[in-house]
Ligand binder design. Structure first.
Ligand code: PLP
Length: 348
């Protein structure tokens, strides 16, 4: 039982399972944790990062800005580069969709998920999630007093029939006005590994759109693309932003942490109405003031195309180092899906 002098939000919040999973891994360096999401220590880009930090802080004049406060929405160059790279990835260049003004830089995509939940949802609201889904998101939902409704999954991602059934059920129960979001981990989903096709994302958006009139407000697709860049083979799938006339209902969450170095934790989001979202979120009042220099590191990583080169080197190394990788993947899927996933998701 938490002290009653705490705010309702603090009383609702509990220590996320990921915290002890991470602590366990850090305390026992020999443990190979398949749950905590650590990047491989040996692959971390030590020399590249040292060179970049030297470049940034090496010149007396230029090093002042990175050590100064930054703006709330993030470093303008990083916003521009992020918008540009996102457009390239999606094979789309409409400046209204991929405008830097619509990009927000955060301290990890986790923070973006938090800001979005806080900006759109009130306690008691409903978030539709894949079943199973990324369990750390449930902690955010719990803090904000949200109900997560699980939508079952097929091998190729979300079960659209179940999505439709769930919305119809909530309509009958007169609860549609509480539905604010569908949270989708669309690339190599955590924990199932499924990637959602563009067509499926389009159909999910169409279904959500059909229920908006009864909901009385937009129902957003929060597309968490945390693992998009970690593709070993096959062509990339465009994000839901690329879907014709749908981008204003899509909130895209990406991260630079996963594909490079998790310790230099920077995430980003894209949504048409970010200015509105930001002013509504208290994080907007306090974030972005202490990490400016890290954004400068990322400006260099992205502009010098280091991310792609680094990933290519890591993937080549992995392939040579470990023929066991596919077996390990299957094992991770099995354990996480069976043991963890079900425990954290709820079904209508
Ligand atoms: C699906 C998913 N989304 C978001 C995150 C958070 O990433 P970041 O380090 O950018 O906050 C993770 C981290 O494991 C994740 O698995």
């Amino acid at each position: 039982m938490k002290s009653s002098f705490l705010s309702k939000l603090a009383q609702r919040s509990s220590e996320p399972a990921i915290s002890w999973l991470m602590r366990l891994t850090l305390d026992q360096p020999k443990l190979i944790s398949l749950a905590a999401g650590f990047t491989d220590n040996e692959s971390l880009p030590v020399s590249q990062t040292a060179r970049l930090v030297h470049e940034i802080l090496g010149s007396k004049k230029a090093s002042r800005t990175p050590l100064q406060y930054g703006s709330t929405a993030g470093h303008p160059d990083l916003r521009r580069l992020t918008a540009h790279d996102l457009a390239l990835l999606d094979g789309h260049s409409d400046p209204r969709i991929y405008s830097p003004d619509r990009v927000l830089i955060t301290n990890g995509s986790q923070q973006l998920l938090y800001i979005v939940s806080e900006s759109l949802c009130d306690p008691g609201d409903i978030v539709l999630v894949e079943d199973p889904s990324y369990f750390v998101f449930f902690g955010i939902a719990q803090s904000h007093g949200l109900q997560c409704r699980g939508i079952s999954m097929k091998d190729d991602g979300l079960d659209l029939e179940h999505l439709e059934e769930t919305l119809a059920f909530l309509k009958r129960k007169k609860q549609l006005h509480q539905v604010k979001l569908l949270y989708l981990v669309s690339y190599f989903q955590n924990p199932s590994g499924a990637t959602t096709s563009l067509e499926k994302k389009q159909r999910a958006l169409e279904i959500l759109r059909r229920y908006e009139r009864d909901a009385g407000h937009p129902i957003f697709l929060l597309e968490d693309a945390a693992y998009r860049e970690l593709r070993f083979y096959g062509p990339d799938v465009p994000s839901a932003l690329a879907i014709e006339k749908a981008s204003d209902r899509v909130i895209y969450a990406g991260t630079y942490s996963k594909p490079f170095a998790t310790g230099i934790r920077v995430g980003f989001g894209r949504q048409k109405r970010f200015n509105e979202f930001l002013s509504a979120a208290f994080n907007g009042q306090v974030q972005q003031r202490s990490v400016t220099w890290i954004f400068f590191v990322w400006v260099r990583v992205v502009s010098q195309k280091q991310l792609g080169n680094f990933l290519a080197a890591v993937f080549n190394g992995q392939e040579q180092r470990s023929g066991l990788l596919p077996i390990l993947n299957i094992w991770i899927r099995f354990v996480v899906q069976k043991q963890l996933g079900r425990a954290f998701a709820f079904q209508v």
